[in-house]
Design a protein around this ligand. Structure first.
Ligand code: ADP
Ligand code: ASP
Ligand code: MG
Length: 406
């Protein structure tokens, strides 16, 4: 019997009625002859509520205890769902991450899954039991509870699907698939039937929060077909799989965006070897991740150096730069946390010229100034003022006719 892993997100289990609806969907999948392992998130709003509770007693809360607290959200939903299944005559057992040995590293609040012990799960499945696992949590080698970062239940689901060699990992959420861009921003965004892992990875990394990035990395590494579906309506959703099985080969698959970054610039940096290392070395030492980096060609022995970091790291990065600036004799520091990054993603870009110019023209026609540009084989990102984010996304969606099927 083919095994399916299903994950239900916060909105899908947001009330007891919805949990019962999920139980019914699981039973329908079983009646089609599948074994089912289910991963659930906390009820919608619950993780945010727990975060706020922690912050009201300690700022910042101790990471180990924070994880103990956050992991409780999913324990509520696994038990309720299993009760709902049992009450309807479907054998089910709930497990926390620790109980099924989802072993992670010890990086609290953003732990990585290292290993899963599938024995207990297989034993239950063999007896015809639905296995319900708490998403977003694991345990480190010393027995401490860890969590996997916001949106981490997606990763639990894919990791389980990989470990159990499931036929498909289905991610049930509040939209009926992956869209050309966030349907909350562009009303004529279109649902995509298929995407390849690489494209989804770029979409997720560049801001499309429908799937946690690590879940897509896992799916790609272990070649687990992923399907994003709605828990409220029927449909085929969006299949994310390796490129050879796909695909429509659209020029542009989608537009991702994020407003989580901030920009820092050093003007008049001495133009000599080792400068980039000196600037970014201090930033890296503080565990701050850098995203885009731009260095100008030098003139008169000096150059300008710009990079972006997550907005949460903005102040710390700025403090570090003030010290570096003194060390290096930099003319001026400029900084801006009102920026947004908009990215076009598509494997079809590989074989087409002219995409960048179409993008820049469309933005120029709306008077949107581009502050930074970065490209790879399958994406082009621009940084613009935050106030142009929605307009920029809409204009590009229209310029590339993304509302129409390729
Ligand atoms: P869940 O709680 O089920 O994990 P999330 O809120 O994490 O759900 O993810 C679903 C949301 O992702 C949608 O409601 C939508 O607003 C957002 N989203 C962002 N970009 C996209 C996209 N390209 N396609 C579909 N949804 C997107
Ligand atoms: N409950 C966690 C969160 O809200 C994990 C998840 O839903 O995937 O981020
Ligand atoms: Mg999510």
């Amino acid at each position: 019997m083919a095994l399916i892993v299903q994950k239900y997100g916060g909105t899908s289990v947001g009330s007891t009625e919805r949990i019962i609806n999920v139980a019914e969907k699981i039973m329908a999948t079983r009646s089609q002859g599948h074994d089912v392992v289910v991963v659930v998130s906390a009820m919608s709003g619950e993780t945010n509520r727990l975060v706020a509770l922690a912050k009201s007693v300690a700022e910042p809360p101790k990471a180990r205890e924070f994880d103990v607290l956050l992991a409780t959200g999913e324990q509520v939903t696994i038990s309720l769902l299993s009760m709902a299944l049992e009450a309807r005559g479907c054998p089910a057992r709930s497990y926390t991450g620790a109980q099924v040995h989802i072993l992670t590293d010890n990086v609290h609040t953003k732990a990585r899954i290292l290993e899963i012990d599938d024995q207990r799960i297989h034993a239950d499945l063999a007896q015809g039991t639905v296995v319900v696992v708490a998403g977003f949590q694991g345990i480190d080698s010393e027995g401490n509870i860890t969590t996997l970062g916001r949106g981490g239940s997606d990763t639990t689901a894919v990791a389980l699907a990989a470990a159990l060699k499931a036929e498909e990992c289905q991610i049930y959420t509040d939209v009926d698939g992956v869209y050309t861009t966030d349907p909350r921003i562009v009303s004529d965004a279109r649902r995509l039937n298929q995407l390849c892992f690489e494209e989804m990875l770029e979409m997720a990394s560049l801001g499309a929060k429908v799937l946690q990035i690590r879940s897509v990395e896992f799916a790609s590494k272990y070649n687990v077909p992923l399907r994003v579906l709605s828990s409220f309506e029927e449909g085929l959703g969006t299949l994310i799989a390796s490129e050879d099985i796909s695909m429509e080969q659209a020029l542009i698959s989608g537009i991702a965006f994020n407003r989580d970054e901030a920009k820092l610039t050093l003007l008049g940096v001495p133009d000599k070897p080792g400068i980039a290392y000196q600037i970014l070395g201090h930033i890296a030492d503080a565990n701050i991740e850098v995203d885009m980096i731009v260095q100008n060609i030098g003139a008169d022995g000096s150059t300008d150096f710009t990079f972006t970091v997550h907005r949460n790291d903005y102040q710390s990065a700025l403090n570090i730069l003030h010290n570096t600036a003194k060390e290096l004799g930099v003319r001026e520091i400029q900084s801006d946390n009102q920026i947004a990054k908009i990215s076009l993603v598509g494997v079809g870009m590989r074989s087409h010229a002219g995409i960048a110019s179409t993008m820049f023209k469309a933005l120029a026609e709306e008077g949107i100034n581009i502050q930074m540009i970065s490209t790879s084989e399958i994406k082009i990102s621009v940084v613009v003022h935050e106030k142009y984010l929605e307009l920029g996304v809409r204009v590009l969606h229209a310029a590339f006719n993304l509302d129409k099927a390729a």
